[in-house]
Structures are given as structure tokens and as C-alpha cells.
Design a protein around this ligand. Structure first.
Ligand code: SR1
Ligand code: MG
Length: 404
């Protein structure tokens, strides 16, 4: 059942015809609701005669996954504004916005049906050689240019105001930073994995303390304008192009957040392939994922330095040693977020298909414990992974779990 205020497919056709000059007046449009995310409704509208098409994304006042999440439809404005901003900062890496409607809480945008969602493609073990370069460019261009390194500090504060996103941030504060690390009723732990979680995650006070420090860092560190939910389900790909979608969790937070999320989600794809393929196929895909993580991190570092050199306006940021200090902090935050994401997708309510689609119980348990082991290491030792190869060495070196 759809929520109050959400258009039917027929109403979307009427709306699009009345509001936009996109299709011919006589066009016979077909509309299908195709959303499979946790929050919104997504309508695909197509004129089969001309093959022109677009997407209408509408936000309701509660999450689609469960009405216990009350989420302001203002997220639709935030998504529209950040897509427009990212489109200027990193041209070609986000869908084009055609129209925004603050009464219906919907945004009309470019249809990317010719692309594939990256998570799905990685589960099929497809490889995209340009992906890490595209993503590192996108991240550097959007993060550096929205930070106090580059922006006039008053302008930046205006952006912080405009992208204040309390309800979506609360979801992240709860689902990423809090609930997975104690026995919260909303958690959803696979039976085979539970003994490990009880002992190694919920039973470790040292880990709890570090997650508390990280939560307060997330709450208070308005460093750059983030996507805020950059997992592999938020990326569309073709063999040559990459588009980042769904930035409704956008807000000013720690600049390492998005890259950390990406690292964890590449690790999910790596772990998945370990239980669903074998031989040369598995070897080739896992080598590709490791290379992607290394390039993502190392190119991010290189491009960050170049963007800083070219664009930084804050004079004290150019003092000797400051850039190294700043960048090391960003990468440390990224590793911590990778660790949190690795844990929360196993323990918390919001899962990833990379793990849930592993049908053999023992295999899923092993896969999940691998993610938790790495996640915990990344949280506790987050300062020790500054280069791509240090991260991939950790992934290759996860000890096999000895059993419960
Ligand atoms: C209630 S929303 C659950 C999750 O879905 C989104 O994609 C975010 O990852 C969020 O944590
Ligand atoms: Mg999303």
C-alpha cells in the first residue's frame, strides 16, 4: 500500500504532462513505479514512440521500509539542490535535474535506464576499469570545493544551513553509529553469526568506546558536503560512465564518510564472490576489487592534493604540514566509517544483498564474520591504514574464523 500523498502511476503521467515540456503533447506515456529502496517512490515514465523517458522520485513523510522512521520530505529538496551543485562541481557524474516540486515533494530527473546499479553488476562479477578513477574524481571535486579549505567561510556556513538534514542524519546516527554495537531490538542478526556478535562486538567495551568517539565526530565535524549514503546501490554504471544517485542523506559532515562507505561496500562484493564463485573467475574478480579499492584511495589522495594546490583559499591551510595533517584525518575517518558500515550491514536492520543472498548458512556465517572481523579492526586501528595497499593487505589477511 502506498502512503498518503504519493501519486499513483496514472497521476504521475498527468503530472508530467501538465508540468513539463519534455514529451510531445500527443505522446502516449507509460509509467511504472520501480523503486526498491528503503525510503522513496520512483516512477519511470516513457514515451515508447519516441523512446524519451524520465524519472519522477517522490518522498513521503515516513520511510517506505517502515513507518517507524518519520523522515521529512524536505530530503527531496536537499537531494535536488545537491544534485544541481554536484552537477556543477563534478559535471557528468550525477543525473540531470529537470524539475523540483516542493509541494508534491518530487524531483524529476534524467532516466538512467541504460545504466546498471553497481551493486547488482558487482554481484554478477562484472568489472568496470574506470570506476575508481571516476569515483575518486567525483569525491575530490565535491568534497574539497565545499570545504573551508576552498569556500569563503560565510558562504560555507550558508551551505551548512541549507543542507541541515536532521532526520536523515538521525537514521545514520542510529543505524550506523549506535544500534549495531549493543543488543538493540531493531537489530537483525543471522543465527550463525550471533555468537560472534555477542562476544566480539557487544562484549567488547573498547569497541563501544571507539564507536562513541566516532559518533560524536560525525555529529560535530561539519567539514565538507557529503553524499551521506554512498554505497554501491547509489551508483549507476556503464562500461565507460559512472553516475552517483540518491544523495538525500547529504549534509555537512566528516569528509571521509563517503569514501569509507564505498570501501566497505567494495569489500562486501569481494566477500560475496568468495562464496559464490571459484577458480580463475573468483581470482580475477577479487583482484579487480582490490585494485579498485587501492586506486580509489590512492587516487583520492593524489587528486585531493592537486585540488588543494589549485583551489585552496584559506591562508593558514597552506602552512607547512597542514595539508598532510588534514588529509591523514580524512583517510582515518574513511577507515573508521568503512569499519562501521561493515558491522552495521551485518548486525543492523538495513542489509546488503551481497551477504543476504548467500544461501548456504555456513557460508553466510563465515562471510559475515569476515566482515565483522575487518570492521572491528578498522574501527579500533583506524589510524593505521593510510594507503590503498595497507587496506587491501588487511582484506587479504583476515584470519579464517575458528568457529563458535
Ligand atoms: C531507514 S533507511 C535504512 C538505510 O537505507 C539507506 O539507504 C541508508 O543506508 C539507511 O541507513
Ligand atoms: Mg538511498
Amino acid at each position: 500500500m502506498t502512503q498518503e500523498g504519493i501519486m499513483t502511476e496514472t497521476e504521475v503521467i498527468t503530472y508530467v504532462k501538465a508540468t513539463l515540456d519534455f514529451f510531445d503533447e500527443t505522446a502516449e506515456l507509460a509509467c511504472t513505479e520501480i523503486g526498491d529502496g528503503n525510503l522513496n517512490y520512483v516512477f519511470h515514465v516513457v514515451d515508447q514512440a519516441s523512446d524519451r523517458s524520465l524519472i519522477v522520485k517522490q518522498a513521503g513523510s515516513v520511510a517506505r521500509i517502515s513507518d517507524e522512521f518519520i523522515v521529512s520530505p524536505d530530503r527531496n529538496r536537499i537531494e535536488t539542490e545537491i544534485l544541481r551543485l554536484q552537477g556543477t562541481l563534478a559535471p557528468g557524474y550525477v543525473p540531470e535535474v529537470y524539475h523540483y516540486d516542493g509541494e508534491k515533494n518530487c524531483v524529476v530527473m534524467e532516466d538512467l535506464s541504460d545504466y546498471t546499479i553497481l551493486r547488482k553488476a558487482l554481484l554478477e562479477q562484472r568489472q568496470f576499469p574506470e570506476l575508481a578513477e571516476h569515483l575518486s574524481t567525483f569525491l575530490v571535486e565535491t568534497l574539497v570545493s565545499t570545504s573551508d579549505l576552498v569556500l569563503n567561510h560565510k558562504e560555507k556556513k550558508e551551505l551548512v544551513k541549507s543542507f541541515t538534514n536532521p532526520e536523515l542524519c538521525e537514521i545514520t546516527e542510529d543505524l550506523v553509529y549506535t544500534e549495531p554495537f549493543f543488543p538493540h531490538p531493531r537489530n537483525d542478526v543471522f543465527a550463525g553469526t550471533r555468537p560472534y556478535v555477542e562476544q566480539e562486538i557487544w562484549g567488547d567495551n573498547r569497541l563501544a568506546l571507539e564507536t562513541a568517539k566516532l559518533k560524536f565526530h560525525f555529529l560535530t565535524h561539519a567539514q565538507a558536503l557529503l553524499h551521506g549514503d554512498l554505497h554501491t546501490g547509489s551508483i549507476f554504471v556503464t562500461p565507460t560512465e559512472t553516475k552517483v544517485i540518491d544523495p538525500e542523506f547529504a549534509f555537512y559532515g566528516p569528509a571521509g564518510y563517503d569514501i569509507g562507505n564505498l570501501i566497505a561496500n567494495f569489500i562486501f562484493a569481494y566477500v560475496h564472490s568468495g562464496y559464490t564463485s571459484e577458480g580463475a573467475e573468483q581470482e580475477s574478480f577479487q583482484a579487480y576489487i582490490l585494485e579498485t579499492i587501492e586506486t580509489l584511495v590512492d587516487s583520492f589522495r593524489t587528486k585531493f592534493v592537486l585540488a588543494f594546490e589549485a583551489k585552496a583559499t584559506e591562508p593558514v591551510a597552506r602552512y607547512e604540514g597542514f595539508l598532510e595533517h588534514y588529509l591523514a584525518g580524512v583517510v582515518e575517518d574513511a577507515i573508521a566509517v568503512a569499519g562501521l558500515e561493515l558491522c552495521r550491514r551485518v548486525i543492523g536492520i538495513a542489509k546488503v544483498a551481497d551477504l543476504t543472498s548467500i544461501t548456504d548458512e555456513q557460508a553466510r556465517t563465515e562471510a559475515e564474520i569476515t566482515c565483522l572481523t575487518l570492521g572491528k579492526t578498522f574501527i579500533l586501528e583506524r589510524a593505521n591504514y593510510q594507503t590503498g595497499s595497507s587496506i587491501t593487505d588487511a582484506i587479504k589477511g583476515v584470519p579464517p574464523y575458528a568457529g563458535n
